[in-house]
Write a protein that binds this ligand. Structure first.
Ligand code: FMN
Length: 192
């Protein structure tokens, strides 16, 4: 069974993790470990009108474990726990900076630090604009350390018609990177 950590922080774009979780739920032999920061919770309520727990109740046949953001004694804090990959979606500049500096002041930072030290895939859906030199330098540091910086930048060649289509163009890339592609992924194909 594959085990993936999905961490949610307080950047705008609550639909990204919700859509990713919905798509991951349809995968077989996958256990999701979910962590959400207090600001991730707050932004989700602000943007969707519902709490994360209310959204979780809707996941069809979810195979997941929810971990407390403050719980540094969680299994996810240890490199001995077998995890295949981690994605932070969306990823604030605060959390990105914390990971870049090697902080472990909460479970998201600690799990990301473990993911990097164990040389496992770490995907950061970094959301901010414009970017300062500090953000760019920290992204370069993380990229050099093996993380993938995957900002939520939509594609338009697939002619999105709904907000969900736009969100999916980023979720598709995350799934590809996790080697968990599904049949819903839209790819560029030339009309010529
Ligand atoms: C509505 C709203 C939208 C936000 N959007 C962003 C954002 O896009 N990027 C970002 O880095 N911070 C954003 N923030 C600020 C973060 O939530 C804040 O820095 C917080 O301390 C991040 O904590 P966390 O990384 O533990 O979730 C936003 C805050 C609010 C209330």
């Amino acid at each position: 069974m594959k085990q993936i950590i999905v961490a949610i922080t307080g950047a705008t774009g609550a639909l990204y993790p919700l859509r990713l979780l919905k798509r991951l739920c349809q995968q077989e032999n996958l256990l999701m470990h979910i962590i959400i920061s207090p600001w991730g919770e707050q932004v989700m309520v602000e943007e969707t009108g519902r709490t994360f727990l209310q959204w979780l109740d809707e996941l069809p046949f979810a195979s997941y474990q929810l971990h407390d953001h403050k719980d540094l004694a969680s299994s996810l804090s240890s490199g001995s726990f077998s995890i295949d990959a981690m994605v932070v979606i969306p990823c604030t500049m605060g959390t990105l900076g914390g990971i870049a500096c090697g902080l472990s002041s909460n479970l998201i930072e600690r799990a990301a630090s473990v993911t990097l030290k164990e040389r496992r895939p770490l995907i950061l859906v970094a959301r901010e604009t414009p970017l300062s030199s500090i953000h760019l330098q920290q992204m370069l540091l993380l990229s050099n350390a093996g993380a993938m910086i995957l900002p939520p930048v939509p594609t338009f060649y697939n002619h999105p018609e709904t907000v969900e289509d736009i969100v999916d163009s980023t979720v598709d890339r995350v799934l590809d990177t996790l080697s968990l592609s599904d049949e819903k992924i839209k790819r560029w194909s030339s009309s010529k």
